[in-house]
Design a binder for this molecule. Structure first.
Ligand code: MG
Length: 369
């Protein structure tokens, strides 16, 4: 009984919110839309969730497996000490072996407890997304510097909105949400952006990349590669890092994602795909379920063949109810609601004969009371 009720509720929900339009392949409140994937969160804030790709877990093995030094001729190397990897002056940049682009990145770092230097010379390092654009790592605890070079700045582009750093020697956490710029045939479709939280405080909020920034020069919007490594800078200070992981982000509509506002072409293609899936599913069903599934497919794409199959199914449904109306009230109301929805949203002509037939059937059997 419960199962029946549940499936009936879901089926009727398909003719519920506004249908797909020129820019949205899904209806509002569309139950055909895939469920968001299940992710088990980390046990404590900052711990990697189940779908994270861990780049450094504090062990020597994890560092060796996931990182490499960029500099060929080096006299020294980054060292794993007490669960953290520490920059060695002159060892040069390290980069992840993994190449990726849009991501949620988590990094924790600590500047040396013993304060040395000032401005850009104190506890300086940096995380470079795709190896090219830097979110600054700097000990700015009581250490002024040019604001677009502060900890949490998109270096050379945008200062952080706040300075929520702990004292040097303490662990700081960065949560970075990065979108690479997308340029097609010389046209900037999306400038790319950074959202950054330092110790849970928002310091960048969908900040446009404007080319990605850099030292002294003003960068301009430009094409980025498809993927790149994460790099961590050797700026000569023994900054430590730990707990580094990332999660790839879903695709934006501009790169083939099907959530959100799409182009007319992408929407039409996706709607055709959803409609085809529904027709395939309809072929595995019978009677009212088959009819509803076919009608549902018309919300996404009005296809001639699907219309003619739906007509046949509709007539068979009607004939079945006429022959034996007992216990069919719910079915008829459901089909009638679907038809009313399709007419309201222009998927069925408002003078279709089924409308009058259903109305008569409901009246004859006293189901309108
Ligand atoms: Mg730096």
């Amino acid at each position: 009984m419960l199962l029946f009720f549940l499936s009936a509720t879901l089926a009727s929900a398909q003719f519920y919110g506004d249908p797909p339009d020129d820019h949205h392949p899904w209806a509002v409140h569309d139950n055909n839309r895939p469920q968001p994937p299940q992710v088990t969160p980390g046990k404590v804030p900052g711990a990697p969730p189940s779908d994270a790709i861990v780049l450094f877990d504090g062990t020597e093995a994890s560092f060796k497996a996931n990182w490499e030094h960029e500099k060929k001729n080096r006299k020294t190397e980054w060292q794993v000490i007490d669960g953290a990897v520490q920059c060695a002056k002159g060892a040069g940049t390290i980069r992840s072996k993994a190449q990726f682009a849009d991501c949620q990145l988590h990094v924790e770092w600590a500047a040396p407890a013993k304060v040395q230097g000032s401005s850009q010379g104190r506890g300086n390092s940096g995380v470079f997304l795709m190896g090219t654009t830097e979110i600054q790592v700097l000990d700015n605890y009581n250490n002024p510097t040019y604001p677009d070079g502060f900890a949490g700045s998109v270096y050379g582009v945008m200062p952080p909105a706040a300075n929520p750093l702990h004292a040097p020697g303490k662990w700081q956490s960065y949560d970075i949400i990065f979108r690479r710029p997308i340029v097609k045939d010389g046209v900037v479709l999306d400038e790319g952006s950074f959202t950054v939280l330092i110790n849970g405080v928002v310091v960048q909020d969908s900040t446009p990349l404007e080319g990605g920034g850099g030292h002294r020069g003003r960068s301009k919007p430009r094409a980025f590669p498809e993927k790149g490594p994460l790099k961590i800078q050797d700026h000569g200070n023994p900054v430590r890092f730990r707990n580094i992981w990332y999660r790839p982000l879903r695709k934006r509509p501009v790169e083939g994602g099907t959530d959100g506002k799409l182009s007319v072409e992408a929407t039409t293609a996706k709607r055709a795909e959803i409609a085809a899936d529904l027709r395939k599913d309809a072929a595995t069903k019978k009677g009212k379920e088959r009819l509803l599934r076919l009608l549902e497919s018309l919300c996404y794409e009005v296809d001639e063949e699907a219309v003619s199959v739906a007509e046949e199914e509709g007539q068979a449904f009607m004939a079945g109810v006429k022959a034996k109306p007992e216990g069919r009230k719910g079915d008829v109301i459901q089909v009638n609601n679907a038809v009313k929805y399709l007419v309201k949203h222009g998927r069925m002509p408002s003078d279709h004969e089924a409308i009058g037939q259903l109305k008569a059937l409901i009246k004859e059997n006293g189901w309108d009371k």
